[in-house]
Each structure stands twice: as C-alpha cells, then as structure tokens.
Design a protein. Structure first.
Length: 286
C-alpha cells in the first residue's frame, strides 16, 4: 500500500506523456496534408495562369472609353463590354450597312423596272410600226412615183422624176390580170406579174397607162381569149397588187416579160430575152 501510495503520480504522468506523443504525431500528419493540398492548389493555379495568361493580360490591358481599367473578373468583363461605346459603334455600323444594302436593292429593283418598262414600250412601238407597214401593204396608193429606171416607194416620192395616178378602174383591172395570169401560182409569183405590168408602165418602150399596157395587142393571153373579163380577184391577188404598188419587188425593174414554158404557144421571148428568174410555173425575162 505504501508503494502504491508513493507512486500514484506515475499513472497521470504517463497519461499526459502519451497524449503529448499522440498530439505531436497528429500535428505532423496534418501539416503534411496541408502542405500537399497547398502544393496541389498552387500547381492548378499556375496551370490556370499559364493557360489564361494572355487572355487575362489582354483583359487587364483593355480600357473603357472613359479610361477605367476593365476588371479581371469575367462577369465584370461581360458587363463592361455590354455597355462600352465600341460595342455601340459596331452595332451602329452594322445597321448602317444593312440600310445601305436595302437602298442598293431598292435602286436595283427600280432600275430593273425602268428597263422592263422601256423594253415593253419598244416592243409596243415595234408592233405599231409593223401594223402600219402591214396596213400600207394592204392599202393601195393613189399615186405612183417613178424615176427613169425604177418604181419608187411612197417614202421615196421626193426622188421621183414623174408620177402616175391610179384610178379605181385601173386598180381592179390590175388585180384581174394578176388573177388571170397567176391564179395557181405562189404569192411571190403574183407580185412578180404585177411588177411586170408596172415596169412596162414606167418604160418608154411600152404604153403610158395601166389600161393600155394590159390591153396592148398580143401581150397577155387572158385578154385575147376573153378570160380576163370573167375574173374575180381573190384575196391573194388583191394583196399582191397592193404590195407591188407599194414598192415590193419580186423581180427587178428591167423585167418586162414572163411566160409558162409548158403552156406558151410562142417561145420567142424565151429564145430572144435574158432570163431573170423562175417563180412557180412562170419564167421571167428582161
């Protein structure tokens, strides 16, 4: 008992010593863990700085228009760029470009519409002129104009050396002789027959009126056999005469003869005159 009484302080002392030893170990372990954690955080921070260094540097160097530095925080950057004047200027430029493109498109559409209207007007004028020309060919002139060598058109009347007035009776007579001579011939052949009559009217070697040219002795077989009187001109014959009177020529101005080589009884013309051309069954000579 005395021994125990004398050594009763040993147990508490040992307990305190044990607690100190455990505490030192715990502190050392905690310090190492903190050092490892700090080292890992520093490594990640260094990597982040390396990867974003240029961005952060550029962000730090960016300035607002009023001279205030932009914050390094991304949220602050976004807010500053949203309200900065350069962003507003860029938006204004884009709007101006859009308006300019709209104006160009409108001007282009206007030019296209003007060109279309001009083309339509030109086509309309061409149709009118064509209609006038067609009407001129279907309307016989009341007066013919000649030079010494040719029949002139109505537009060439100022060049004429003499003129000839066509009566209604002579117009009908000319239509009948064309019908009688070229009833089964092509339209061009009908015009050519009318050309021959008018060429003779112009020439000093033939009579000086349409009536006398047609009724000259032994010149046109329908006159001799009486067929001319029975003729009623058809539409093609009327058109062909009108065209010839208005200056259309299927044979030259010095063509004075024609005949059908298969039907003619007298081939003197074919043997004595120079051939000009053949239209249908008729051969024309000068």
């Amino acid at each position: 008992m005395d021994i125990i009484s004398k050594n009763r302080w040993v147990a508490p002392m040992l307990s305190v010593l044990l607690v100190c030893i455990v505490g030192v170990n715990v502190v050392q372990a905690t310090g190492k863990w903190n050092e490892a954690s700090d080292s890992r955080q520093m490594t990640e921070l260094a990597s982040s700085v390396q990867n974003n260094g240029s961005t952060s540097s550029e962000g730090d160097r960016r300035m607002m228009v009023d001279g205030t530095s932009l914050s390094a925080e991304p949220s602050v950057h976004s807010a500053n760029w949203t309200v900065s004047l350069p962003a507003k200027d860029w938006l204004t430029a884009a709007q101006e470009e859009q308006e300019l493109n709209k104006a160009k498109a409108k001007q282009k559409a206007k030019a296209a519409a003007a060109a279309k209207a001009k083309n339509e007007a030109a086509l309309k004028l061409a149709k009118i002129e064509k209609a006038k020309a067609a009407a001129a060919l279907t309307t016989p002139p009341q007066k013919l104009y000649f030079t010494r060598t040719k029949l002139l058109t109505q537009e060439e009347s100022k060049l004429a050396t003499w003129s000839y007035s066509v009566s209604d009776k002579e117009l009908l007579l000319l239509q009948k002789i064309v019908m009688a001579e070229a009833e089964g011939e092509p339209y061009e052949g009908k015009v050519a027959v009318a050309n021959v009559v008018l060429n003779r009217l112009r020439s000093a070697n033939f009579p000086d009126s349409i009536y006398k040219v047609i009724y000259q002795k032994s010149q046109f077989s329908p006159v001799a056999n009486g067929r001319l009187k029975r003729m009623v001109p058809n539409e093609d014959s009327v058109k062909a005469v009108n065209a010839a009177l208005n200056g259309q020529k299927e044979v030259a101005d010095d063509t004075y003869y024609f005949l059908s080589l298969t039907l003619a009884d007298d081939l003197t013309v074919a043997h004595s005159k120079k051939k000009v051309k053949t239209i249908g069954h008729h051969t024309f000579y000068k």
